[in-house]
Design a protein around this ligand. Structure first.
Ligand SMILES: [Zn+2]
Length: 225
């Protein structure tokens, strides 16, 4: 009855890299979406290809390949790796900017129940269907903890149970430093202006003299005041 091919060592090893828990699978997805495959030669996509296959197959505990993931099994896997990667980048981008995303095709045929373990959607028609079914399942499982980093230069996804604003210490520190520098810069400019006003009032003998703040960069025409 079981006509599936035996699990390859690549598949098992990649399955462990992708992980089984939704949190681990989420981190793998985010890592993949952050990669730029533009300059990556096809020959260097082999590891990612096996990880994608394991991700799509891992509704099963043993990562055994099932019908549907064939496009990653043959020698011409590179276009499919790039297609899945491109869609994943788009999905995360849409989720970040509009809090929703669309899928390239419908994903669910039904559901499978492993008693005492999990209930998971079944996707049997195509690789894309299985892969994006896995993406949706992972995002639904971690949805409550999903956060976007408030560092504008990062905007990366991360998971937290609390109201954390940043994906990690590096981003938190960067934003704190930038804010401190900004407020410090304003303070220094205000102090300099106040000193200049005092000086002008002393020079002119007019204690009510108002001195407008000039845009920066015009000071050279000041005549050494
Ligand atoms: Zn960040």
């Amino acid at each position: 009855m079981d006509s599936r091919a035996p699990v390859s060592p690549e598949m098992l090893e990649s399955g462990m890299e992708v992980g089984r828990k939704p949190e681990d699978r989420f981190r793998w997805l985010v890592d993949v979406a952050q990669r730029d495959l533009g300059d990556t030669p096809d020959a260097d996509l082999n590891a990612l290809r096996w990880q994608m296959a394991a991700f799509a197959a891992s509704v099963r505990k043993d990562f055994a390949p099932e019908p549907g993931i064939d496009p990653l099994m043959g020698s011409r896997y590179a276009p499919m790796v790039r297609r899945l990667h491109g869609e994943l980048v788009r999905i995360f981008s849409e989720l970040r900017t509009s809090q929703r995303f669309t899928l390239p095709e419908p994903i669910i045929d039904g559901a499978v129940w492993a008693p005492n373990m999990y209930l998971a959607p079944v996707n049997t028609r195509s690789l894309e269907q299985r892969f994006f079914g896995g993406v949706v399942a992972v995002l639904m499982a971690v949805g409550e903890k999903l956060r976007v980093c408030e560092n504008a230069a990062c905007r990366g996804f991360f998971l937290s149970r609390r109201r954390k604003k940043f994906c990690g210490r590096t981003c938190a520190q960067r934003v704190r430093t930038a804010r401190f520098r900004d407020s410090h810069r304003d303070q220094v400019r205000a102090w300099k202006h106040q000193a200049y006003v005092r000086k002008r009032r002393a020079q002119t003998g007019n204690p009510r003299l108002k001195v407008a703040r000039r845009p920066r960069g015009n000071r050279k025409s000041d005549g050494g005041v």
